[in-house]
Ligand binder design. Structure first.
Ligand SMILES: *Cc1c(COP(=O)(O)O)cnc(C)c1O
Length: 468
C-alpha cells in the first residue's frame, strides 16, 4: 500500500516510511492512495474473529507488501494483551436504539490506548528494519501523554519525552505520566501552559540539526498509524449489531477529528454506516461548519470535557481532501488561507456529500452534567466526553437523523474515574479507579522540570537520551 499527502507534494511512499515521518514534508497529512474495500461476504466472514484477528484482517490491508495479516494479528494480540476486558472493546446496551462502546479498558483508561499500544510496536519494528533509534517528543494536555508514556516505556529503540504544563493537568493524569518508571520514559513538567509546550515541540522539530542528530519523531494524532487501529472497533461494534445486513450509526465525541475520521475510513472500506455523528462541547467549530459550510476559528474555552477543548482539528484536513475530490493543490490553498485568516468556506456541492455522511451536535457543560445524571439513571456512569456523545446520539434518534430501529453506537472514550470531578457533580459520588490503578495516587512520581524554552528542553533531551 502506498501513501500520499493531502497537499499533493509528497509521496507516494510506503507504510513504514509514512509511519516514521508522521507529518508529510509539504505540511500535509498522509493517506492511502485508495481505501481497501471489503465485499459484503468478506464482512460477514469477520463475525466470530477475536479482536486481534479482526485487527489483523483490517489493518494488514493498509500495510500490504510490508506487514502481512499473520504478523499484524500477532502485533495486535501483543498490543491488546494488557487490556483488562477480554472483549477489548465491550459493547453495552444503554436504552432504546442506543448502545455504548466502552473504549476505556486499556492501561490508561482512555481510547488513546488502542492507537498508542499499537504504535509503540509499529515503531519498534520500523526502527529495527531501518537500523536506527528515535526520540519521541510530544506535548500533552492530558490523555495522549499518559497513553504514549505507558505504551513506549521499555521499547529498546525509543526514548520518549512528554511535556506537560506544570500544575495544569488533572492529578490522575499527572500521576499516570509520572508513575511510569522505565529507562527511556521521561515526563517533563514545563513552567508554562499547554501552548508553551506545543511551541517548544514545534521549535525543536524545526531545528533540523537537532532533529537529525537524535532522530526526532512524533506520535500526535496526525500520524496515519494512529488512525489505523481505531478503524477496528467500528467494525467490531457493527458486526455485533448485525452488519453487514444491518446499518449502524456512530456518535463520536470529537476534538482533533481523529476518532471520527477512523469511522469515515471504515465506511469507505465497505462497512454499512448510516451516519457519523460528530459530538462537540462548547468549542463547536466543527458543529458550526456542518451547519453553514464555513470553518471559523475562535478562542478555546475550557470545558468539563478538556480533551475536546480544541478549535483547529488537525485531522479535519483529511476529510477536506476527500470532500475536494482529493485535489491536493486546493487543500494546500485552503489551509494557507485558514492559517492566515482563521476561516474558509466550502462550495455547496462539497458540503452536500458531507451532509449525507455526517451530522453534528454540540453540548455545553450544563447539558453534560445533565446527561451524566440521565445516563446514570439509565444504569451507566459516563465520563463527561462520553456524555457529550451519548447526548448527541439521543438527539439524532429524536430528530429522525437516524431512522427508528437503526442502532446508534456512542463511543465511550474515557473511564468516568479519569474525570471524577464532573461525574461527582452530576451523581453525587466520585467513581472509583479500576483495580489496576487503585493505588495510582500512592505511586512514586518521577519527572523532570524544565523552563518553558526550547533550549532547556533540547539540553534535557541531549543529556537524558540513551546513546547507543
Ligand atoms: C482525545 C480524546 C477525545 C477526542 O478525540 P479526537 O480523536 O481528537 O477527536 C475525546 N475524548 C477523550 C476522552 C479523549 O481522550
Amino acid at each position: 500500500m502506498e501513501y500520499i499527502s493531502t497537499r499533493g507534494k509528497d509521496g507516494p511512499l510506503g507504510y513504514e516510511q509514512a509511519l516514521l515521518s508522521g507529518l508529510a514534508r509539504d505540511g500535509g497529512l498522509y493517506l492511502p492512495v485508495s481505501y481497501p474495500r471489503f465485499e459484503e461476504n468478506e464482512i460477514s466472514e469477520m463475525a466470530g474473529l477475536s479482536y486481534a484477528e479482526l485487527a489483523g484482517r483490517i489493518m494488514a490491508r493498509f500495510t500490504k507488501g510490508e506487514i502481512d495479516e499473520g504478523e499484524m494479528t500477532a502485533m495486535a494480540a501483543d498490543a491488546y494483551a494488557g487490556f483488562t476486558d477480554p472483549d477489548v472493546a465491550p459493547l453495552k446496551h444503554l436504552t432504546g436504539d442506543i448502545h455504548v462502546l466502552e473504549l476505556f479498558h486499556g492501561p490508561t483508561i482512555a481510547f488513546k490506548d488502542y492507537a498508542m499500544q499499537f504504535l509503540s510496536r509499529a515503531f519498534d519494528r520500523a526502527l529495527q528494519s531501518a537500523g536506527r533509534q528515535a526520540v519521541i517528543l510530544g506535548a500533552t494536555s492530558g490523555d495522549t501523554g499518559s497513553a504514549a508514556l505507558e505504551a513506549f516505556q521499555g521499547r529498546e529503540a525509543v526514548d520518549i519525552f512528554i511535556l506537560f504544563p506544570d500544575g495544569r493537568v488533572s492529578p490522575v493524569q499527572q500521576r499516570q505520566m509520572t508513575s511510569v518508571d522505565a529507562a527511556g520514559a521521561h515526563a517533563v513538567a514545563v513552567a508554562g501552559d499547554f501552548d508553551d509546550c506545543q511551541a517548544i515541540v514545534k521549535s525543536l522539530f524545526n531545528d533540523h540539526g537537532f532533529r537529525d542528530k537524535v532522530g526526532l519523531s512524533a506520535v500526535n494524532s496526525i500520524n496515519w498509524a494512529r488512525l489505523m487501529p481505531q478503524i477496528v472497533y467500528y467494525f467490531k461494534a457493527a458486526l455485533e449489531l448485525g452488519a453487514p445486513d444491518q446499518k449502524v450509526a456512530f456518535s463520536v465525541p470529537t476534538g482533533n477529528f481523529g476518532n471520527v475520521f477512523a469511522g469515515y475510513v471504515a465506511m469507505q472500506m465497505g462497512l454499512p454506516v448510516e451516519r457519523l455523528i460528530i459530538a462537540s462541547n462548547r468549542n463547536d467549530i466543527l458543529t458550526r461548519f456542518f451547519e453553514n459550510g464555513a470553518m471559523q476559528r475562535e478562542t478555546v474555552t475550557p470545558s468539563l470535557s478538556p480533551s475536546m477543548d480544541i478549535q483547529v482539528s488537525s485531522n479535519f484536513e483529511r476529510l477536506l481532501f476527500e470532500l475536494l475530490g482529493r485535489d491536493g493543490a486546493k487543500v494546500a490553498e485552503i489551509m494557507a488561507r485558514f492559517a492566515e485568516t482563521g476561516q474558509f468556506d466550502l462550495p455547496a456541492e462539497a458540503m452536500k456529500a458531507a451532509h449525507g455522511e455526517f451530522a453534528a451536535y454540540r453540548l455545553d457543560d450544563e447539558g453534560t452534567v445533565a446527561e451524566i445524571a440521565a445516563s446514570a439513571a439509565d444504569g451507566m456512569v459516563l465520563d463527561p466526553h462520553s456524555a457529550v456523545g451519548v447526548s448527541a446520539a439521543r438527539r439524532a434518534v429524536a430528530d429522525g437523523t437516524v431512522p427508528a430501529g437503526t442502532p446508534v453506537v456512542a463511543l465511550a472514550c474515557a473511564h468516568p474515574a479519569k474525570f471524577d470531578g464532573a461525574v461527582a457533580q452530576a451523581t453525587g459520588t466520585p467513581p472509583a479507579l479500576p483495580p489496576h490503578l487503585a493505588d495510582l495516587m500512592n505511586r512514586r512520581e518521577k519527572m523532570h522540570h524544565a523552563d518553558a524554552t526550547a533550549d532547556a528542553v533540547r539540553d534535557l533531551v541531549l543529556a537524558k537520551r540513551r546513546d547507543v
